[in-house]
Design a protein around this ligand. Structure first.
Ligand SMILES: Cc1cc2nc3c(=O)[nH]c(=O)nc-3n(C[C@H](O)[C@H](O)[C@H](O)COP(=O)(O)OP(=O)(O)OC[C@H]3O[C@@H](n4cnc5c(N)ncnc54)[C@H](O)[C@@H]3O)c2cc1C
Length: 1012
């Protein structure tokens, strides 16, 4: 055993001895809280329900609501809590106000355990008590998620007030150790950077810093005047790089360059924590002034792992707890070795981590008065006391605020305290031995690795276990692993996007041909495509097809059907996969093209390319699932096999709003199923169409199998829809055109062989309902995004926000200020959320609707500043909207939101469903019963609960609506390909004179496509 390990054990045991002298349970408050936590640790389902109940409780106003929620959350739970619930509910039915109050009081008690005071005055009682115990403080202001600049300004003002108050109340307080006190001001404020700017976007650090620095400077100045200390807390990974950059930027400014009382947090659970810390240390040497680092493991482990898995990102955190512990120790060493420039604050309740810090400091000769331990208010009281007794400097992190804004903090603490992996639970609840608790985490990492290699149980050890290619028996959606989104948190991604924008700009004005039968075709007319942010800029030109080119395309496509339909589906699937790989290679370039041709913000453009790749790979997989003739039933003496033939020639007509994804989705479905295709992109996104053609050509699509026709919908589109040799039309676009296609495809023309199949996806008038108990932090952010993201030009966009009378005022206040804070501008700039609408016609049409809105309802908000050039329409909100008004019934396809106030939830559902459309819908609620109702009752193809109503992911959210939103098809779903196919069954009597084979194979390929 190393001498350091021996010393760590000695220190650790000493702490445990001191802790045991003052026995205290993990949870200092006995009774209700302790009971709840004990049950949570035994029963995972109960824990989830309890934490959700705790989360919603502060927003419930009436006692009867509390009782209802209690019943909804805990009905069916059978554990030690059941008798309490049963009695509570029975009692509640008689006297609801008593039960409601008792519950609120108990849960408030839980929160009070972790919240040091309701307001700055209140917290002083705690701080004085701690002073007597020789424990210092850092105060953190709890707040709701900041959704607008108004709320950000309020947070900044509260910070200033708090600093003033703390300065006044602690005048004359001295350092508890009275040694090296200059390094540790008494007043210490922890600031949450995300609370100072509502529009922080990881892709745009420069914008964030430009907004954050002016808000921070007055706080820093005041702190300096008061001799106080300011710490930047660290939040989720999406904000990390900006927080680090901001710290370095502001503390390099002349005014603050020589100020040593600034600190920042490093989270050891992050894989890049060491690189960040080293960078900070070199920066500090260059700056020439010391600073502080609070080293923690990190409070957002669950969030980071969920988020990265959802988006297919490399996960930024370690997967094994001991890896975080090892990293914590390595970073401890790095901090202590650089003590001459950085003061260390160790934020941990883990006695091993703490003892390691103590032992290492001694080994390196760092005096114990030159660093500190920081622990959270309401947790690990005996450890704090032990550290003080050992002569260490201890500071307590004291959150201040009301119950409602404190909920997310409370839930984080509850999770931490009940975590299977956590030190506190192991020590105080499960009585794990001191030996075990003080083990070197490196040993545990080694041991875990060895165990993992022996076990067959899947464990999270790497980022993504590729699932694609799973067996035929796997459920269709679940076998598919989506392509990752680009994570713009990385500077490298931002730079690649900037370079791509530059390169696409350099190619402005290039000309692209039609492609018919594999040949480039030029006509005497060129269609320009312009940048909607700057209509004078021509992105490129494409040859314009007329009737002769359309006729030629049908002819070659028809001629190619025979061979392509006989090409093994595996080969067709591989074509799609090659196309996806090319898109992956050209990913940034394609995104940049979308930014410039259709005005998509960065992340939206990237999402579109990701979706296109997903369509290719998902449909390739799907085709492999359904491609082989499959036995229908096991019946003795007879064999019946069902399989599919392609329909023939497919015409694909796509919209401009998802200019590559939707076009590619329809084209790839048609191709992989063995149809030949005439692809017609929207007139507003022809360059994107030309690029997709290039991609499929490079992927090796045979001549004639895919033909690219750009031209006017009213001319070639209409001609091809009516054409006798077109067997299938896949259309996505407006209701007006969709219905026309539907109708005209129903007419059988002379010489036509097939009844035309129409795959038709149209618009929506999508509602979102916000229930009275909804989490407004989420509901407001997600609703503004659903309504105004990509200028409301998604068929899935929110256009009718339905609010209950009960919370109308609360929602509106936040919604209006949140909308007023959105960044409107040229989407070439990263971080813009609202760009231009697609073209002049759209601009005029939307303006007309705004005028109609003004005459029908009340204009509640319209942004004032939009760029002077380009088709920019400011985000606009109407209130006082009635369901029968035109702005509530007709699809506007722009950044215009109608707010409808209703009496209750019954009415809300009635209004939501009272429309011609049924595409997407959203519902925000924390009532399990109301959520069940929404799941069952809302008429929409895609119903989203507690999230935005846009952003469907292939395979995960098969997308498409019914009523006047479409033919009920589901793009990106398991049954989508069937529409491009004709089902066929071959039945053979295999009995000969009463004798039949005993075995019938599951699949038979021999009659699939006999060679000619
Ligand atoms: C004073 C103070 C200030 C704080 N400020 C911040 C802050 O600004 N930002 C912030 O994010 N956190 C902050 N924290 C919270 C802190 O991150 C958690 O309290 C802390 O991680 C718990 O660690 P521990 O050493 O006390 O306990 P331990 O039980 O030893 O460690 C638990 C931690 O290990 C990590 N972990 C859990 N499971 C795994 C796993 N499977 N794989 C890898 N790692 C895992 C997680 O980080 C978890 O929180 C602060 C904590 C304190 C005490």
């Amino acid at each position: 055993m190393s001498s350091l390990q021996r010393e760590i054990e000695a220190r650790g045991e000493r702490i445990f001895t001191l802790v045991d002298q003052h026995p205290e349970s993990l949870f200092s408050k006995a009774g209700f809280y302790q009971g709840m936590m004990a049950l949570s640790m035994r029963d995972e389902h109960f824990k989830v329900q309890l934490f959700r109940f705790v989360d919603v409780l502060p927003s419930l106003r009436r006692s009867s609501d509390i009782v209802e929620h209690l019943e909804e959350y805990f009905a069916g739970i059978r554990n030690g809590f059941a008798p309490f619930i049963d009695t509570g509910v029975r009692l509640a039915r008689i006297v609801p106000w008593v039960s409601g109050r008792v519950l609120r009081w108990n849960v408030s008690g839980m929160a009070r355990q972790f919240i040091a005071g309701k307001n700055p005055n209140d917290v002083m009682k705690t701080l004085r008590k701690r002073r007597a115990q020789k424990i210092g403080f850092t105060v953190d202001l709890l707040g709701e998620a900041v959704v607008s600049e108004k709320e950000a300004d309020e947070y900044a003002a509260r910070c200033l007030d708090l600093l003033d108050g703390l300065g006044r109340e602690t005048r004359g307080w001295t350092d508890p150790l009275e040694k090296n006190s200059a390094l540790f001001p008494v007043v210490n404020l922890s600031v949450k950077i995300s609370a100072l700017y509502s529009q922080m976007n990881p892709a745009d650090p420069a914008d964030a810093i430009a907004h954050l620095a002016p808000k921070l400077r007055p706080i820093l100045r005041r702190a300096r005047e008061l001799g106080a200390f300011i710490n930047f807390d660290m939040e989720s990974y999406v904000h990390k790089n900006i927080t680090l950059e901001l710290f370095k930027t502001i503390f390099t400014e002349k005014e603050f360059k020589d100020w040593p009382h600034a600190g920042i947090v490093i989270q050891a659970y992050l894989r890049d924590a060491e690189a960040n810390l080293r960078d900070l240390i070199s920066w500090a040497h260059a700056r020439g002034t010391r600073f502080t680092v609070r080293l923690v493991k990190g409070a957002y482990w669950d969030y980071e792992t969920i988020k990265s898995r959802q988006n297919g990102w490399d996960c930024p955190v370690y997967f094994q707890k001991p890896e975080s512990d090892v990293n914590f120790e390595e970073l401890t060493r790095l901090l202590l070795k650089n003590e001459s420039i950085v003061t260390a604050a160790f934020g941990s309740h883990n006695v091993r981590s703490i003892a390691h810090g103590q032992a290492l400091a001694d080994e390196l000769g760092v005096d114990r008065s030159r660093f500190e331990f920081q622990l959270l208010y309401g947790m690990a009281g005996p450890i704090k006391r032990a550290l003080v007794e050992m002569g260490y400097r201890v500071r307590e992190y004291c959150p201040v605020g009301e119950l409602l804004p404190g909920m997310s903090y409370l839930v984080r603490r509850l999770l931490e305290n009940t975590s299977n992996e956590g030190f506190l639970r192991a020590k105080f609840s499960e009585n794990v031995s001191a030996d075990e608790l003080l083990r070197d985490p490196k040993e545990l990492v080694r041991q875990n690795r060895a165990n993992l290699s022996e076990t067959t149980i899947p464990a999270i050890t790497e980022d993504r276990a590729p699932k694609n290619g799973a067996s035929i028996e796997s459920p269709p959606g679940d076998i598919y692993e989506n392509s990752p989104l680009v994570n713009f948190v990385y500077q490298e991604s931002q730079e690649k996007m900037r370079t791509a924008l530059h390169e696409v700009r350099n190619r402005f004005g290039e000309k692209y041909p039609l492609v018919i039968g594999g040949e480039k075709v030029w006509t005497d007319k060129l269609t320009p495509s312009v940048n909607p942010s700057a209509p004078k800029e021509v992105v490129g030109y494409v040859a314009e097809a007329g009737i002769p080119e359309a006729e030629r395309a049908v002819k070659v496509a028809r001629a190619a059907v025979d061979k392509w339909s006989r090409t093994p589906f595996e080969e067709r699937a591989r074509l799609l996969e090659r196309a996806a790989a090319i898109m992956d290679r050209r990913r940034y370039e394609l995104s940049a093209l979308e930014v410039l041709e259709v005005g998509k913000p960065w992340a939206e453009a990237d999402g579109d390319i990701r979706e296109a790749m997903d369509f290719c790979r998902f449909y390739a997989e799907q085709m492999r699932q359904i491609g082989r003739p499959r036995l229908t039933q096991h019946v003795p003496g007879e064999e019946s096999y069902q399989h599919y033939w392609p329909r023939g020639v497919a015409l694909v007509i796509a919209p401009w709003n998802f200019p590559i994804a939707i076009l590619c989705g329809m084209v790839s479905a048609a191709l992989v199923t063995g149809n030949t295709v005439i692809m017609k992109p929207s007139e507003q996104s022809i360059i994107c169409g030309a690029m997709l053609m290039e991609i499929f050509q490079e992927a090796g699509v045979p001549p004639g199998v895919l033909n690219f026709l750009s031209g006017r919908g009213s001319v070639i589109g209409a001609h091809l829809v009516d054409h006798k040799d077109v067997d299938l039309i896949a259309f996505t676009g407006s209701r007006e055109v969709g219905l026309r296609i539907w109708e005209s495809a129903g007419i059988t023309r002379p010489g036509q062989r097939e009844l035309k199949r129409v795959v038709c996806e149209m618009g929506g008038k999508n509602p979102v309902i916000i229930d009275s108990d909804a989490d407004l932090d989420e509901a407001v952010v997600d609703s503004t995004y659903s309504a105004f993201g990509y200028q409301g030009q998604k068929c899935s966009a929110l256009s009718r926000l339905i609010l209950l009378e009960e919370n109308y005022d609360r929602v509106m206040e936040r919604l209006l200020s949140a909308t007023g804070s959105l960044r409107v501008g040229n989407p070439e700039e990263p971080g813009i959320m609202v760009g231009p609408v697609i073209d002049e016609a759209a601009y005029k049409r939307i303006q007309e609707y705004i005028e109609i809105g003004k005459s029908e309802a009340t204009l509640a908000y319209q942004a004032k500043e939009v760029p002077p050039e380009g088709y920019f329409i400011p985000p606009t909100i109407f209130t006082g909207v009635k369901p029968n008004m035109r702005i509530a019934r007709e699809e506007i396809f722009g950044p215009v939101l109608s707010v409808i106030k209703v009496r209750d939830l019954d009415k809300a559902f009635e209004v939501a469903n009272g429309t011609d459309y049924a595409l997407t819908a959203g519902f925000f609620s924390r009532s399990p019963a109301d959520i069940d109702r929404a799941k069952a009752e809302i008429e929409a193809g895609n119903v989203y609960i507690n999230r935005s109503c846009t952003g469907a992911v292939v395979g995960r959210h098969p997308f498409g609506g019914f009523k006047m939103s479409g033919g009920g098809t589901k793009a990106g779903g398991a049954d989508y390909l069937l529409q491009f196919l004709l089902p066929r069954v071959v039945t053979e009597n295999v009995t000969r004179h009463g004798f039949a084979p005993e075995e019938t194979p599951e699949y038979r390929d021999e009659f699939l496509w006999p060679q000619r």
